[in-house]
Design a protein around this ligand. Sequence first.
Ligand SMILES: *[C@@H]1O[C@H](CO)[C@@H](O)[C@H](O)[C@H]1NC(C)=O
Ligand SMILES: *[C@@H]1O[C@H](CO)[C@@H](O)[C@H](O)[C@H]1NC(C)=O
Ligand SMILES: *[C@@H]1O[C@H](CO)[C@@H](O)[C@H](O)[C@H]1NC(C)=O
Length: 367
Amino acid sequence: MKRRNSLQQQRSSRWRIKVLLMVLLLVLCFLLMLNHYRYTQTFKFNMPEAPALAVVNKPKIAFLFIARNRLPLDFMWDEFFRGEKEGKFSIFVHSRPGFLLNEVTTRSAYFYGRQVNNSIQVEWGESSMIEAERVLLKNALMDPLNERFLFLSDSCIPLYNFSYIYHYIMSTSTSFIDSFADTKEGRYNPRMYPTIPGYNWRKGSQWVVLTRKHAEVMVNDDTVLPEFQSHCRRKSLPEFWRDHPLPVDGSKEHNCIPDEHYVQTLIAQKGLEGEITRRTLTHTLWDLSSSKDRERRGWHPVTYKLSDATPMLIKSIKSIDNVYYETEYRREWCRSQGRPSTCFLFARKFTRAAVIRLLNMSALVVN
Ligand SMILES: *[C@@H]1O[C@H](CO)[C@@H](O)[C@H](O)[C@H]1NC(C)=O
Ligand SMILES: *[C@@H]1O[C@H](CO)[C@@H](O)[C@H](O)[C@H]1NC(C)=O
Ligand SMILES: *[C@@H]1O[C@H](CO)[C@@H](O)[C@H](O)[C@H]1NC(C)=O
């Protein structure tokens, strides 16, 4: 009797251990699935049929370059993209129609064939710029793994390596769009009313980062863009076309600068401002002093040349941790992942010689 009892006890304790192991395994599976679910939710993966524990593809950042012809800084981007980053980025370039990126026009294989084949002729600063941006977005949206859409000019440089930039951008589910109420007289054209009421009129920079949702909003927009095409035109100051003038004279002629109002106004119109971080990640230095002719005087972006390319310059841009929005008396302290952080991941405008020097001095480390 005693022996049988102890045998039974032994059996039942073994059985209990087995049950315990099973329960543990189930809990583990459940936790894994929960984790995976949260992950896919955060990044809104577009793969509903995939089994729960399949290998998941990384979400990608689409680098969207707006260039005139060649990419003068392709050698630096080549270094930036090199390494274990496959599957985390894609590249699209909008150049003049007919331009091809190949062994002849670029030294970087990352750019071979990456120009979009339906590009348009862009007048810098005109609404054709918005159309070029839409062409880039349409191409990039075809890849369901592209989750962020980042606009860059041909004179932009990254201030950090790929992994730093990737995590900074991916750590929030918002777009990065600097956007502020534009109260300057002469830029809002009342003819846009009532389609675009004055209270939705915004200004900012065209160098934005969009989420997939906002990229789709921009590509599908058929109300705001037509208004811009008819009523938002840049005042004719031909020598400044490339350089975004904001004339300080009190002229009544509308000087709207489409690409500095469009995304911002569109997002306000659609009631999506709660889904954006209201700043740009691309640093631009504006210079008011460079023209002596009062009539022609305007803000334009500084181009950093060889002699400006010093470690101090890069250090000072990287150390900026707040931005002041004059029209709103608002100072924005930059944050990332819940902590105070530097504001800028990119900077413009840099000449090829300046970048070569910065890399040579290790003032700029992009990989
Ligand atoms: C442009 O490229 C797309 C995708 O690569 C392709 O499907 C399309 O046929 C091309 N269009 C032209 C006009 O070459
Ligand atoms: C990337 O840059 C960050 C910040 O400068 C640095 O902490 C990190 O070690 C770098 N990562 C790689 C893989 O080089
Ligand atoms: C920087 O330039 C100098 C002179 O042109 C050259 O000798 C040196 O190897 C370069 N250094 C790097 C790190 O590229």
